[in-house]
Design a protein around this ligand. Sequence first.
Ligand code: OOB
Length: 558
Amino acid sequence: MTDTSPSRLPLAQIWPDDMVQRYRAAGYWRGETFTGFVRDNARRFADKTAIVGHTGGVVQRWSYAQLWDKAETIAAGLLALGLQAGDRVVVQLGNIPEFYSVVFGLFRAGLIPVYALPAHRITEIAHFARKAQACAYVAAQHHENFDYRTLARELQHEVPTVQHTIIVGDDAAEFTALHHLQPDPARLPSQDADPQSVAFLQISGGSTGLSKLIPRTHDDYIYSFRASNDICGITPESVYMVALPAAHNFPMSSPGAMGAFYAGATVVLSPAPSPDAAFPLIEQEKVTALGLVPPLALLWAQAAETTPHDLSSLQVLQVGGAKLTPEAARRVIAGLGCTLQQVFGMAEGLVNYTRLNDPLETIIQTQGRPISPADEILVVDDHGHPLESGGTGYLLTRGPYTIRAYHNDPAANARSFTEDGFYRTGDVVTRTADGYLIVQGRATDHINRAGEKISAEEVEDHLLAHPQVFDATVVSIPDEFLGERTCAFIIPHTGTRPRGVELKKWMRERGVAAFKVPDQIVLVDSFDTTAVGKTSRKELRAKLRAQLLAQEQAKPQG
Ligand code: OOB
């Protein structure tokens, strides 16, 4: 018999003792926990508005005291179902207030959220649940015309450790509705979690194959957003808007909703990142700060020129997740008229910001500098030798809020970390003499499609499973709007000619996030590997990309 019971082993994230001592002595790690700071703020800011958002078209306004009450009720309800401290729970919710009551409820119960994006489908959710050995799944009934109850059925069938599904919405079908949980307060733990323990698992962009799980501790994550608050000017008076998906690390913690809650500020949830959805809310709630990916920032700058809405409350617009070119930065500043802050971060840890009072050219030309004086930055050449400032090379980092290992993934850990604990970010950067980073590109084959990270290898695997596909190579193509788009080169099996639309439909039917479906599909007879030798996928990708771009440029305009 196979044992399907989730492991109750504590999740660990190991920094060497001397570093732990150093980070504590410097005051970076203060022994705070998520539960601790929300409980404190429920007292300090009891009646102040913590969250403004919509559930099913109805406006919700929760005070800090209400947020805490809801979190406690959810915690006691989840524990009454039989979940136990340390169990993992996959959370897949859109930008609704319940995202935070559920997450704080999980923290209060000592449970570990695994953050999925609403765009993920069964293939990804089942992978996260297996990797994390999750025993429960929390999802919205619907989001953007997708019924997550169907996904829940498949998930419970495919991953037997997942014993419970909790649905946010009126009709939970055979599952448990969030509002029908039966709280058993006697089960609530009397002590908060160990600040050095793992608080949650975040999802990596995934450069090779499927996404990895990123364990973040209370101490390290809270430090990252407490320090971000100082750099980004977040105070109790701030109104921070979550326009990108709430589960993404950028609107979560840079400084994100978590930074805003920590400060006692107000978080406003935009149900979608479009100007149509967000602009009225900015005017109504007097939003002061928010983060966007570059394509959205450009769209907003354009829409701001003709909008009837008053956006003058906006003080800081952060842009990150993908490269903002200097030209785009100028357009964003001209269109929105507030302070631009570039954010170069990663769910694994390291976050860089341009500072609000930096000279304009620094804000336009660089992706900022690290949060912490304790962030160690190495820029190395092909042989791993550190370069002088001004040199361009691979970015490696370690520090008080950068992970030392992925969860349950020895192969990825061997690839992604050096022996002395530096994380290989996979980014190619130039470091200026004053310590600012300029992102030049990626060393690995992941595609950054408007801030959404796609593993070429993962998409190739799906395409190769198609009966008419003999071979597939997926590459990124520079795109004016998205930054990068995906193109799949396909060699069909002899005698077949699959159509692009069919292959795209096939991808969707395999239950993967829509953003992974290739934007473009090109059929080819062979990959003509003679010129590059048969060894390097990387060279092949570069060659196919160059060929396509040359063809596109040769086409007559118009
Ligand atoms: C953020 O996090 P992830 O984990 O989705 O992606 C990290 C990767 C980085 O390694 C880099 O390749 C790229 O996204 N990236 C940027 C960038 N910000 C992120 N590339 C160029 N310029 C930028 N400004 O994307 C993320 C996490 C926290 C805060 C902000 C972004």
